[in-house]
Ligand binder design. Structure first.
Ligand code: SAM
Length: 292
């Protein structure tokens, strides 16, 4: 049997055989280190009972390692040129399906229903295209898919923002959005040297384990996220200023906002970045009741 796809030599051979040229616009940085891939699959806890969704299989480096350990792998790949390559490189594995589609446009729920009925749990595992990391993760979370978790390679800086604690400089609306749905942890940082071509930014692997329900009880989810966005609109401003300036009709409603801050015992002079997700939930519920 051939050597693993994710070795520098085999990758070079495959790229040469097909005359493949990387498209930077599609975030194509392929992994050439089987140790890193093994660790990603370990962190995802993939077993013969797991159904795996992969986003962007490239030439199949991670797909192959997943196929060896998972029950079933379904991979979404946007680049048509990679389809014949994947057909070739993944031919030894009969538990892989490649779907030629932009994952952002895909009906992932239907794919899960159709492909994973024999699986006990579903994980998303990927080396993500960096230009669309956040939209992909938010799509997977907002669609409330029946996932156990998401283990993905992404820009180190984005991983740090997703897993950040309150009051850290990385904490912001992305941290809250991700932590609303998941328990987030950066599990590994990864050097540039394990990719071809090497990306311009540092990379990390994040593990997001989905909560059984949202982290906090909110009366209206849309308003909760609107409040978070308003609170972080200008990071140097106080919470009260941000709410007054950025909530709809905030200026007219200033007395109500001040009253709710008092009731929830949150000092309006604090900055948004100092509030925990529980405090945001209390504020959101209080304001929603008072304003609507
Ligand atoms: N998994 C491979 C690896 O680790 O070597 C390739 C990872 S590479 C960082 C990202 C892959 O995502 C590329 O194959 C790219 O063509 C694909 N891709 C980019 N945008 C996509 C999208 N919107 N939907 C599906 N795949 C996409």
């Amino acid at each position: 049997m051939n050597k693993d796809i994710a070795t520098p030599i085999r990758t070079k051979e495959i790229l040469k055989k097909y005359g493949f040229s990387f498209k930077k616009s599609l975030g194509q940085n392929f992994l050439i280190d089987t140790n890193i891939l093994d660790r990603i699959v370990d962190y995802a806890g993939v077993t013969e009972r797991t159904g795996v969704i992969e986003i962007g299989p490239g030439i199949g480096a991670l797909t192959e390692q997943l196929a060896k350990r998972a029950k079933q792998v379904v991979a979404f790949e946007i680049d048509q040129r990679l389809l014949p390559i994947l057909k070739d490189t993944l031919s030894p594995y009969d538990n892989v399906t490649v779907i030629h589609q932009d994952v952002l446009k895909a009906d992932v729920r239907t794919v899960i229903e159709e492909q994973f009925h024999d699986c006990d749990e579903i994980m998303v595992v990927a080396n993500l295209p960096y230009y669309v990391t956040t939209p992909i993760i938010m799509k997977l979370l907002e669609e409330n898919l029946p996932l156990k978790g998401i283990v993905v390679m992404l820009q180190k800086e984005v991983a740090e923002r997703m897993a950040a604690d309150p009051s850290s400089k990385e904490y912001g609306s992305l941290s809250i959005a991700v932590q609303f749905y998941t328990e987030a942890k950066t599990v590994m940082t990864v050097p540039k040297t394990v990719f071809v071509p090497q990306p311009n930014v540092d990379s990390a692997v994040i593990r997001l384990l989905l909560r059984e329900g949202p982290a906090v009880d909110v009366v209206n989810e849309a308003f909760f996220f609107q409040l978070i966005k308003a609170s972080f609109a200008q990071r140097r401003k106080t919470l009260l200023n941000n709410l007054v300036n950025n909530l709809p009709q905030g200026k007219e409603k200033k007395p109500i906002i001040e009253e709710v801050l008092k009731e929830t015992q949150i000092d309006g002079k604090r900055r948004g970045e100092a509030l925990s997700i529980d405090e945001f939930a209390a504020l959101s519920n209080g304001l929603y009741k008072a304003l609507f």
